[in-house]
Design a protein around this ligand. Sequence first.
Ligand code: SF4
Length: 308
Amino acid sequence: MSAATTRSRTPDRLCAEAVDLARAAAEEAAAPGVVGEHVEIVSEGDRVVTHFFECKEMGYRGWRWAVTVARASRAKLVTLDETVLLPGPDSLLAPEWVPWSERLRPGDLGPGDLLPTDAEDLRLEPGYTGEDEPPPNSPLSEEMAELVEAEDAEVSGVTPAGLLLAPMRGSIASVAEELGLRRARVLSRYGLHVAADRWEESYGPKTPMAQAAPAACVSCGFLNRIGGSLGQAFGVCANEFSPADGHVVSLAYGCGGHSEAAVMPAPPRPAPHVIDETRVDPFPLRPAADSGSVSEASDEAAAELGHS
Ligand code: SF4
């Protein structure tokens, strides 16, 4: 039979009556005047009862002082077991504790902070470091052995007979390095997908900026292509006036700063002056009697202006 089934649900009478003993214990543990009304008793087992008192301490709304008293079998003396402050059903509690690794948010990492990556991080998978032994019977095995021997000989200054020194540039390790493979771990397929989803959300074709753009980044002169498989769908914006400057953008993203958004208008040519103050325009004082006398009248007017 389990212990739970042997517990008495009916509180022991002597323990239940020991309210004063329980209150004195609570007041001894608490600050003066913060132990309130007796709230209830709870039977914890045979001859073990907990008395609950209101806690009137500021900042502990709904908490209760719990004082457990007990009595030995066939004894009449009730003794104190323990006193503790416990949250009640309506108490104000701190939010559930969350491990730091789950609490971290983008942008939380500051200068000098270290963020260790979990060995089982799904975003990463083993990369090629060049330290692995090539599989037996692999065509690479011999080649690798020769290259290693050649490199050793180069370091020690001893060239094995009949062996041509392979240039470092041609070694598997250097090719691997050039391809970006010489790392202990590289992005896994899952890591690529979650990164692509995140970037698409910030700078993807569904953003309001892209929806209103005159054209997509794929045709923009400010787009810098990136390597790797993500380069098939993303690039880096290098337009200082774009909201995406320095960010990875989807090739389907776009903004009003697209290099071909509009042809720059030619600088306007200044209009000729309406009033030319450097020369005198002769005007006739009276309408000419006939067309032949217009030039004469003009000459007369010019002469008059010249004298004035
Ligand atoms: S300027 Fe605009 S359109 Fe061009 S690459 Fe940057 S975000 Fe894309």
